[in-house]
Design a protein around this ligand. Structure first.
Ligand SMILES: [Zn+2]
Length: 350
């Protein structure tokens, strides 16, 4: 079958691969849609970051070449003999986070040693994926499989809200209106934010931010974000999300937040940056961070999407074929800042 395989940095090939064998606890999924994540892009441009290149991953015992793709939905094709929670024909989404399960609290495992389907082992940019049952979650029959492919990145945004300890009527700033930034706006809106200030350098992205719930959009190349916020909130906003991943926005995030407000870092940083903790000491701002999601957040995300309480569909900016993943996927996301979430069509079932 055809799959998009990571071999090395700037070397992702769409090629013929052999599907792994179905174990007794495995589920064979006919992939419908798979989203390209910022993480995939980081792997392509500056990786490997999460993909094990020379040594096997400790949890999956797998290494490159691996099939990428960790945001995907599909239909169950076949199940192993011990599988009880899903059956052939079910619409499903994959929770790709792989942990050891050593700790009762999955968070400890996540931060101790974790990886993902589609990074530490084969994922969803392929016709079929073999996934362990505990990672496969059934969707309602009438749930759109395109929305199913958005559950994973939306769960990242919901977890960011939890880590920020945001409350109803909080004022919020979001630095960076890429896909996760946009989803964070959607999640903050659902969590009861009063004002949402969004900063980015791209007018197209800012327009999108407004569409999904930002109350104020500002081009940070033209206007100083801190001065802008302080016209409305002289002491700074309650909660800020750093979703741009560059040194300047980390500093701006801290300086636009009130004392005892929280800045949550959601980004992946490709480069080391200078950071003087005195900026926290002198501002009284708390710094939090987030990675991935807890199981209950992933399940809540599905329910919120299925009930229509949150609608992540506006973040989809393009749909492409698997063969086009490098040119119309990774390269488009690098060069065209109007792009947010690009979905790769596999079976394309709705
Ligand atoms: Zn992702």
């Amino acid at each position: 079958m055809k799959a998009a395989v990571f071999h090395n940095v700037k070397d992702v090939r769409v090629e013929d691969v052999e599907l792994k064998e179905l174990s007794s606890t495995g589920v064979k999924i006919k992939v419908a849609w798979a989203g390209i994540c910022g993480t995939d892009l980081h792997e392509y441009l500056a990786g490997p970051i999460f993909v094990p290149l020379n040594e096997e991953n400790t949890l999956t015992h797998d290494k490159a070449p691996v099939t990428l793709g960790h945001e995907f939905s599909g239909i169950v094709e076949e199940v192993g003999q011990d599988v009880t929670t899903v059956k052939s024909g079910d619409k499903v989404v994959v929770n790709p986070l792989i942990i050891s399960g050593e700790h009762e609290n999955g968070l400890y495992d996540m931060y101790n040693d974790s990886t993902f389907y589609g990074l530490g082992t084969d994922g969803g940019f392929a016709e079929f994926a073999i996934i362990e049952e505990k990672h496969v979650i059934k969707l309602e029959d009438d749930t759109s499989l395109k929305l199913g492919a958005l559950v994973e990145p939306t769960a990242v945004a919901l977890q960011a809200i939890r880590e920020s300890r945001m409350e109803f009527s909080d004022s919020v700033a979001v630095y960076g209106a890429g896909p996760i930034g946009l989803l964070t706006i959607i999640a903050a809106r659902a969590a009861g934010a009063k004002d949402i200030f969004v900063f980015d350098l791209s007018e197209e992205r800012l327009k999108k931010a407004k569409e999904v719930g930002a109350t104020h959009i500002v081009n940070s190349g033209e206007q100083n974000p801190i001065e802008y916020i302080k016209q409305y909130y002289p002491d700074g906003v309650d909660r800020t999300f750093e979703v741009a991943g560059v040194p300047i926005t980390v500093k701006q995030s801290i300086l636009s937040t009130r004392p005892r407000g929280v800045v949550t870092v959601v980004s992946i940083f490709e480069k080391v940056m200078d950071f003087n903790p005195m900026i926290l000491t002198t501002s009284g701002v708390h710094l939090a961070s987030t990675l991935a999601y807890e199981d209950d957040i992933f399940e809540a995300t599905i329910k919120m999407i299925e009930s229509g309480q949150i609608d992540p569909s506006p973040v989809i900016t393009d749909r492409i074929e698997l063969d086009e993943i490098v040119d119309k996927g990774f390269k488009a996301l690098t060069n065209d800042k109007s792009q947010a979430k690009i979905l790769v069509k596999l079976s394309g079932e709705e």
